[in-house]
Structures are given as structure tokens and as C-alpha cells.
Design a protein around this ligand. Structure first.
Ligand SMILES: [Zn+2]
Ligand SMILES: [Zn+2]
Length: 276
């Protein structure tokens, strides 16, 4: 099975392609499942469309879900469209987000830590605030990832070590923190994605091979997400990701329908979708 569970489209204001173009490109590339998972609106903001370059308006969310449902039906003989969202994880607003998502027939929710200390995780200004302790930023990020796991809100955790995305390297050995994080994730039962936007941002999949091993040792299940921000990026880094998983002894990927997990086999390494 060829799957991609982390994709964006033009509603978020910083990706290209319509939902239909994403689905059609996924068919062209030979995927069995295409997961649609655009950024959640900024539900925590009072305004309807607080940041048009970051995500859709709050009022667009029901429209987005409706469009996914129509596409799922229209293309059901060609591809399995799975209906999702990449949600922000905002500490303290768990109940608010849960009560919103409950109203929609989502197949899955990716939970990602994007914001902390007032900056997006990929905002370079984080690292130019005077004396910054890189290890402390890693610690804060991974502690929030742990809280996202424990919240029980999510089916998949998104880009769990995105804090490395701008190539600021930890100074000390963070193995104990990584082990603690892997343990919390294992106990929570949430799935971890191999997110290949890491390859595009810093030359390494999110999460690192070391972290993948710690997770696999604790029997955490994995899925695949290109974090495509254009139809062309669908499936980006698939082969590299599967090679990492197969070398660890992983043989299955997690898929989701109506918030229920189903494991599917990693395909033979032939006929892999192209990394166009
Ligand atoms: Zn994005
Ligand atoms: Zn993200």
C-alpha cells in the first residue's frame, strides 16, 4: 500500500494546488490512500481569519470538510481519500479543540506542535533573541510533544522533532530526553509519522533515525506523511523513509478510517511512487 497522510493545499495560504488537484496527482502517482490534512484554523484566536498566510479561516473549516467528503465520493473507484486535519496542539485549549473536531466526520487528526514562546517552530526569529540555549529549546519542544501525546486528542503526532528544522544542533546528548519522550508516546498509543519535510528543511526525516529506533523498541507504530505543500511533493522521500523503517524491522504502516487504526503492509520495494 502506498499512502501519504500529511498533505496541504491552497486554503492554508502558503501551499499550492486545490484539494482536487492533490487527489488527482495522488491518483497519477499511484497512491492507494491519500490523506488530506490541511492546517487547522487558529481556533484559539478571536478573529475569523487571524493569519491568512498560515491557515484557513475558522469559517472555512466546515467548507473544507464538505469538499473532502465530496471528493472522497467522486473518486472512490480510483483512490481512497481519507479526511483529516493537521491540528495545532495548544496547551490549555485541549477541550476546546476536542469539542470542535467532534462535530466533523474526520478519519484522523495529526497533532503538531507549531507554536511555543510566541514563535512558530520554523520562525528563524526564535534563534535571535539574545542568549538562546539550543538544548533548552529542544527540551521545551519535546515536552510539548509529550503533552500532545498524553492529551489523547490525536491519532498521529506530526513532525515530532521539528525543532531541528532550522539546523540548530543540540549541544549536549539529549538521549535521556528522547527516551523519556519515546516512552510517553508509547504509553499514549499514538502513531508517529515519518515526515519528509525534514528532508527538505534540514536534510533529515522527522524524526531522526535514533528517535525512530527508540520508538520502535517501544512498539510505537508509524505512518508516512510528505507534508506536501504542492501536489508535486506528494510522496516525497517515500523510498528513503521505507528503507529506514525496513532496516529497523518495521513491516507495517498505520492508516486511519473514522478515527480507527488499521495496519497495512509496507509494499515490496518496486513500483514506488516517484519523487517528482
Ligand atoms: Zn504548512
Ligand atoms: Zn506541521
Amino acid at each position: 500500500m502506498y499512502i501519504d497522510y500529511h498533505t496541504h493545499h491552497d486554503r492554508c495560504g502558503h501551499a499550492s494546488g486545490t484539494l482536487r488537484e492533490v487527489v488527482e496527482k495522488a491518483i497519477e502517482k499511484g497512491f492507494d490512500h491519500i490523506g488530506l490534512s490541511d492546517h487547522s484554523p487558529l481556533f484559539m484566536d478571536k478573529r475569523d481569519h487571524a493569519n491568512p498566510n498560515m491557515t484557513m479561516a475558522k469559517s472555512q473549516f466546515p467548507v473544507y470538510v464538505e469538499e473532502m467528503l465530496l471528493l472522497r465520493e467522486e473518486y472512490k473507484n480510483k483512490i481512497d481519500v481519507r479526511i483529516g486535519v493537521e491540528s495545532d496542539y495548544i496547551e490549555g485549549l485541549e477541550d476546546r479543540y476536542i469539542s470542535i473536531y467532534e462535530k466533523y466526520p474526520l478519519d484522523y487528526i495529526i497533532g503538531s506542535v507549531h507554536y511555543f514562546d510566541g514563535f512558530h517552530v520554523y520562525d528563524p526569529r526564535r534563534w535571535h533573541r539574545g542568549e538562546i540555549c539550543v538544548d533548552e529549546e529542544y527540551r521545551k519542544y519535546l515536552k510539548l510533544v509529550q503533552k500532545a501525546a498524553k492529551s489523547g486528542m490525536f491519532d498521529i503526532l506530526g513532525h515530532i522533532d521539528a525543532i531541528k528544522g532550522l539546523n540548530h544542533k543540540a549541544q549536549s546528548d539529549l538521549t535521556p530526553l528522547l527516551e523519556e519522550t519515546a516512552q510517553v508516546i508509547a504509553e499514549s498509543g499514538v502513531v508517529v509519522e515519518l515526515n519528509t519535510s525534514g528532508l527538505r528543511k534540514c536534510g533529515e526525516i522527522f524524526p531522526s533515525s535514533a528517535m525512530l529506533k527508540l520508538l520502535h523498541d517501544r512498539e510505537v507504530a508509524f505512518t508516512f506523511g510528505s507534508d506536501a505543500h504542492s501536489p508535486e511533493e506528494l510522496g516525497y522521500g517515500w523510498k528513503e523513509s521505507m528503507d529506514v523503517l525496513l532496516s529497523l524491522g518495521v513491516r507495517e504502516l498505520a492508516t486511519f478510517k473514522a478515527r480507527k487504526r488499521e495496519m497495512v503492509p509496507i509494499p515490496e520495494l518496486t513500483g514506488i511512487p516517484t519523487n517528482k
